[in-house]
Design a protein around this ligand. Structure first.
Ligand code: SAH
Length: 420
């Protein structure tokens, strides 16, 4: 067993059960890609077992902080069983479930989503790459799913010195699957979809959106960064009259139209626009358009904190435009999936955008990833998705309707406050 010795003082993060060892913390020791190593402090105390990666800045990802634990087939079976047990307790309202969420499940570098009876997995680090065959066997055995598609084509594999790999790892056949989410049917393709095929992390926000659309009687919806139409189907299910969907991916928009049809909605209620969202928002503003509800669910603008400043400007820009396009009393659902932008900073960015737009609003809810994408206490980096549901009020503006939707929201909030 090879040993990685840390520099003095660099044991603190492992002692706090944070699973990463950065290259700058290592005093000596090396191993093969993905090989299990013993990590110890400068004076030889055991800290963790982990997977070594010679090319990544994250030199070791910890498997276990228990010296007595052996990192073998049985270890991975225990970890996967624990992840599956957690999902059974959470019981998501869908046949699409994130079964393994990397570090949060004690399996750094492994992401596994279940879509019906098909698994779709990403092996993102040297450690999970090395244990891939064992992990595939265990996943198939413990879930009862016969098929497992590999989507190891994420850019982060390059940082680990790994090539992209895709294809069936177990089983075979067509790559299109249909999941049930909140009673809606949504299709996806595990081979060509984004990430493992679908954005399961927005499941709960899609359900909340459908409820709000119905409760506030919202009619005209703008769904920005629509992907394959999860929020579009939610809006229509909530009774919206029309949804305008904007995305720069033509295949995603084709699937969106198919998903709208699959759920029995009239195609005339949904429009797909293949465009850059920023450009679309500016053009819509020039045309004087207004929407009762807007969803802004952009891709990651800031992968790490180093990108935060530029990303903050980009978030502020689209949020300002969206708030200007919102009808008085309208609802904005705005998200950031950037690990480098915390919830507090995101709130500040949106508040700044609202000031520039001349719009005020009540925060109806703070949104986050669905609980099958858990955040653990010891790994704050896992908290990537955050959002705000804002009910706009604009008393000073010409179109403001006293006693309109925003007033209704405030009444409700007061009601909640009184009850408490
Ligand atoms: N809301 C979706 C997920 C959105 S993912 C859901 O619930 O499933 C982000 C989407 O933004 C992707 O579909 C991607 O194609 C799209 N996208 C990325 N950059 C864009 C841009 N500049 N303009 C429009 N769409 C963009």
């Amino acid at each position: 067993m090879k040993t990685i010795r840390l520099l003095e003082g660099k044991e603190r993060s492992l002692l706090r059960r944070h699973p990463w060892v950065f290259e700058g913390s290592v005093a000596k020791g090396r191993a093969d890609p993905g090989e299990t190593v013993r990590v110890e402090s400068h004076d030889g105390r055991f800290l963790a077992w982990g997977a070594y990666s010679g090319t990544s800045r994250i030199r070791v990802r910890a498997w276990s902080f228990d010296e007595a634990e052996r990192i073998d087939h049985a270890f991975f079976k225990r970890r996967i069983d624990a992840a599956l047990a957690l999902r059974r307790r959470l019981a998501p309202a869908s046949s699409g479930v994130r079964l393994v969420h990397g570090e949060a499940d004690g399996l750094p570098g492994l992401v596994v989503d279940r879509y019906g009876d098909t698994l779709s997995a990403q092996f993102l680090a040297a450690g999970t790459e090395r244990w891939k065959q064992a992990l595939a066997d265990i996943l198939v055995e413990r879930t009862g799913c016969a098929r497992l598609y590999e989507r190891s084509d994420s850019g982060v594999r390059g940082l680990e010195g790994l090539e992209p790999v895709t294809g069936w790892l177990r089983g075979e056949g067509g790559t299109e699957v249909t999941i049930d989410e909140h009673g809606w049917s949504l299709t996806l393709d595990v081979a060509t979809g984004h990430k493992t095929g679908f954005y399961l992390d927005q499941r709960d926000s899609r359900a909340a959106f459908a409820r709000w659309v119905r409760h506030y009687g919202l009619q005209d919806v703008l769904n920005c960064y629509s992907y394959t139409g999860g929020f579009a189907v939610a809006a229509l299910a909530g009774g919206a009259a029309r949804v305008t969907n904007v995305d720069s991916s033509a295949p995603a928009l084709e699937r969106l139209a198919a998903n709208v049809a699959l759920n029995g909605f009239d195609a005339a209620r949904s429009t797909a626009v293949d465009a850059d969202v920023n450009a679309f928002l500016r053009a819509a503003l020039k045309q004087g358009r207004r929407f009762d509800a807007i969803v802004l669910d952009p891709p990651k603008f800031a992968p790490t904190a180093a990108h935060a400043e530029r990303a903050a400007r980009a978030y502020k820009d689209i949020n300002r435009l969206a708030l200007q396009l919102l009808a008085p009393g309208g609802l904005l659902l705005t998200f950031s999936c950037s690990g480098g932008i915390g919830a507090e900073l995101f709130h500040k960015i949106v508040a700044g955008a609202a000031i520039d737009a001349g719009v005020d609003g009540a925060i109806l809810a703070r949104l986050e990833g669905a609980p099958d994408h858990p955040t653990t206490l010891t790994f704050p980096e896992g908290e990537y998705l955050k959002g705000l549901a804002i009910l706009a009020s604009s008393p000073g503006s010409p179109g403001a309707r006293p006693g309109g939707l925003a007033a209704k929201a405030l009444e409700e909030q007061r009601g909640i406050g009184d009850a408490g």
